[in-house]
Design a protein around this ligand. Structure first.
Ligand code: GLC
Length: 802
């Protein structure tokens, strides 16, 4: 029997950890998969609900969906009807919701397979997106386990949206649909003669053609919702007329409430199995619908495409693999964090909790660091270049922008622009590709500059917005979007932003000098020193750093504050950015452990705000203890792990890691409730109505950062310009760890032994059997595989650390 890992009563991981198997449809919340190839994407829950999009999940949604996570009743559905008895059910639980005899939903990397057994028919539906075409494919297999021949009909059902979601004025939108069944195509073509993209002229058609086709070809169809469901007020998704009666009205035309119903009739002898392939997509030209239908023309072609997609994901994620004594740690790092970051955050940019599609300036930049860890730095550079193109000559940037409409917003957010140099530096440390400094990109308002210049403009802009005390102004909020009113009058300051700026000034000074820009290098170094001095003079509250001051000079995050006494980010970043002197660094993190850490991780701040304070911003409007109002904000919690590692608090780092590890949290599904295989954006804090409940899964910047916390913090593999530093800070009880990581055109097979149970310190390092001077492993860049052996223990010589 294959082992069921981390079984929690609802599901478990398969033996290799790359598939999550849900065994019943009634999980405490929708447990979904976000599958995207960068152009086309779909999201599907364990019950079979969800939606599809092309390029932008909100501005270009293909199928209708409503954000009702309690009901989860919008999706693309499959009905099965036994034509002898007239009984019917749905393959994936929704929407008929009859209790199946057996049910299984397997969410994997790039695919979901839902199978069920009802009425003697074993059905399985595989949903996936081929590697580089704008469509999804469903492979449905039906097997007759009964002893008589069965005459079945398989119906699809979905509502076409074709444009901007939600199309709340439905009677209006309906007037623009054109549906057409094409026998030669084996399915339907749907157009919409209106696309109300925000910021553009309404008088235009949806820029694509949607199609839904099947093999074998359908025996019936409906393109009109009323024809399929039945007349008002009796039609419903639980008992649609076409399925109840077993026949279609073959409706099509213009001005219908457009749906996609194809009926495929199947006869199955006892024991016989047959397969049906459906293709659903959006293409620029109608001929493409035919081409893609032919390309994925039968079961075999569809199965081959599925294998290709599965191999694609495994190969993409494989370059980094770890084996530690903590299986939950390994499963996250080997597969799910990377998959979540790429499929969910970077390519799909959407989830159930936040249906999106836009790019956030700071969000996807940070996410794109994931590619550095899997030997695809060119994709990080691509992201850096994309974001550089959303910067103005002044150095400011768009807080977010929409692909397709290219609409963007400049806000008063004060930190966005600094993530450009932050991620660029990470890219350079991974690759040492200094030629990238000279890559040219345009500014949004004309002119162009090298990436180096783009970064300098960003830094200089922040430097031009310092308070009289020399601390950056918080303006319309920094990393914490919810502090959007704290400094609107250009007086309030951000201590956290000061820390981030300090890190950037120090790092960029090095780059400037390397480039021969001595004057800038010196200036940035001087400014870094001055900033550090100001932050320590005005930011220290006695036992921790304050968070900010508002426009009236009120301090946020001080022992004198009644709510919001201590915030997490200014403590973690004082350490990470090298602002805090050693004694303060320790005291600040001790305060974090004492006042912010609770059962499910470190809170973003404590206590939460219980009344609305408009002058701080909308974070005070959230229910106390949720999201940015003092919940565990996972993105920020990952920085606490890194800060503990930097201070060599191995035990604390790992304890925090375990507390926010969704696999461990998922062991208590009635409390945690959300998916155990991806990170949640936040977990409700002790002051909330449902302490410990997770939320906002998938669409969270915590995936990449938790990966970094595990690999660069706990396992201590950190790229530097000079090479790869190996400097673990792992639990003292771990005996041995293996890591396979690519670094600059070579593969490093690393074995870390911990015979003295220190979990840190470097007693010896060997490369390909040869003893090394220290723990800085050079870049071999020879395309080879190198064996690195590290023995932890008391250190004779000071190792390379931070
Ligand atoms: C959301 C935003 C992110 C921000 C965070 C904290 O996740 O997408 O940019 O940093 O909230 O407010």
């Amino acid at each position: 029997m294959p082992e069921k890992l981390f079984h929690n009563g609802y599901g478990y991981f398969n033996e290799s950890g790359d598939e999550y198997v849900i065994t019943r449809p009634d999980t405490p919340c929708p447990w979904v998969n976000v599958i995207s190839n960068g152009i086309y994407g779909l999201i599907i829950s364990q019950a079979g609900s969800g939606y599809s999009w092309r390029e932008h999940a909100t501005l270009n949604r293909i199928t209708r969906w409503e954000q009702d996570l309690i009901k989860d009743q919008w999706g693309k559905y499959l009905y099965l009807r036994d034509n002898a008895t007239g009984r019917y059910w749905s393959v994936c639980w929704q929407p008929v919701r009859r209790q199946p005899e057996r049910y299984q939903c397997r969410h994997g990397l790039g695919y979901t397979i839902i199978s069920s057994l009802q009425e003697g028919i074993e059905a399985s539906a595989t949903f996936f997106v081929p590697v580089d075409d704008p469509l999804e494919i469903w492979i449905v297999r039906l097997r007759n386990l009964s002893s008589s021949t069965r005459h079945l009909s398989l119906f699809t059902y979905l509502e076409w949206l074709l444009g901007v979601a939600p199309d709340w004025h439905r009677e209006f939108h309906k007037c623009f649909f054109e549906t057409e069944f094409q026998e030669s195509l084996g399915g339907m073509i749907v157009r919409k003669h209106l696309w109300d993209l925000p910021g553009s002229q309404w008088n235009r058609s949806w820029g694509y053609v949607a199609f839904l086709t099947s093999s074998p070809p359908p025996g019936g169809f409906d393109c009109d919702k009323e024809a399929f469901l039945g007349r008002y007020p009796y039609g419903s998704l639980v008992s649609p007329r076409a399925v109840v009666e077993g026949s279609n009205l073959q409706s099509m035309g213009r001005g219908v409430d457009a749906v996609g119903c194809l009926r495929v009739d199947i006869e199955l002898a006892p024991g016989e199995e047959k397969g049906v392939v459906f293709r659903l997509g959006a293409v620029e030209e109608p001929v493409e619908a035919g081409r893609l239908t032919a390309k994925y023309g039968d079961l075999q072609a569809a199965e081959t495409a599925l294998t290709t997609a599965r191999c694609f994901w495994r190969e993409l994620l494989s370059p980094l693999q770890v084996k530690t004594p903590d299986l939950a740690f390994d499963i996250l790092n080997n597969w799910w964090l990377k998959y979540q970051a790429i499929s969910g955050r970077l390519w799909g940019r959407t989830g159930y909790y936040q249906p999106g599609g836009a790019f956030g300036f700071r969000d996807q930049l940070q996410d794109s660091q994931v590619f550095l860890l899997i030997n695809r730095p060119e994709l990080t550079l691509k992201q850096i270049r994309l974001h550089a193109r959303h910067q103005y000559r002044s150095g400011t940037v768009q807080h977010w922008w929409h692909p397709l409409s290219e609409m963007g917003a400049v806000t008063e957010s004060s930190d966005d622009l600094l993530w450009l140099p932050f991620v660029f530096i990470a890219y350079l440390k991974e690759t040492a590709d200094f030629s990238a400094l000279d890559v040219v990109e345009p500014y949004l308002d004309g002119g162009e500059g090298t990436l180096y210049e783009h970064c300098v403009r960003a830094i200089n802009y922040v430097l031009s917005k310092l308070s009289p005390r020399g601390i950056p102004l918080i303006r319309g909020g920094d990393w914490n979007d919810g502090m959007n009113a704290t400094g609107l009058q250009n007086k309030g300051e951000s201590i956290w932003l000061g820390h981030l700026l300090h890190w950037i000034l120090v790092e960029f000074a090095y780059l400037a000098t390397k480039k021969g820009d001595w004057e800038l290098g010196t200036r940035y170094r001087t400014q870094a020193d001055r900033l550090k001095e100001a932050l320590n003079r005005h930011g220290w509250d006695g036992e921790w750093y304050i968070r900010a001051t508002d426009d009236r000079g009120t301090v946020l995050g001080s022992k004198t504050s009644s709510e919001g006494k201590i915030f997490l980010n200014p403590q973690t970043w004082a350490v990470l950015a090298g602002v805090a002197p050693p004694e303060r660094a320790r005291t600040a993190m001790d305060s974090v452990e004492r006042l912010l850490e609770w059962d499910y991780g470190p809170l973003l701040f404590w206590p939460p705000y219980t009344r609305v304070i408009p002058s701080i911003g909308y974070l005070t409007r959230y229910a106390p203890g949720t999201r940015e109002n003092g919940g565990v904000y996972t993105h920020a919690a990952t920085w606490a792990i890194l800060a503990e590692c930097q201070l060599r608090h191995a035990e604390a780092a790992y304890r925090l890691y375990c507390k926010i590890n969704p696999i461990r949290r998922g062991q208590d599904p009635e409390l945690y409730r959300v998916e155990p295989y991806v990170t949640s954006g936040s977990v409700n804090g002790p002051h909330s109505l449902h302490p410990g409940q997770g939320g906002w899964t998938w669409y969270t910047g915590s995936a990449t950062w938790l990966l970094k916390a595990g690999i660069e913090g706990i396992l201590g593999l950190r790229p530097t310009y000079a090479g790869l530093v190996i400097d673990p800070c792992m639990p003292p009880e771990w005996e041995k760890v293996k890591v396979r990581r690519h670094f600059r055109e070579a593969v490093y097979e690393i074995e870390i032994e911990n015979p003295h149970h220190t979990g840190q310190g470097i007693a010896g390092v060997w490369v390909d059997g040869n003893p090394q001077e220290d723990n800085l492993i050079p870049a071999f860049a020879d395309g080879g595989v190198h064996k690195i052996r590290v023995i932890l223990g008391p250190t004779k010589k000071k190792p390379h650390a931070y």
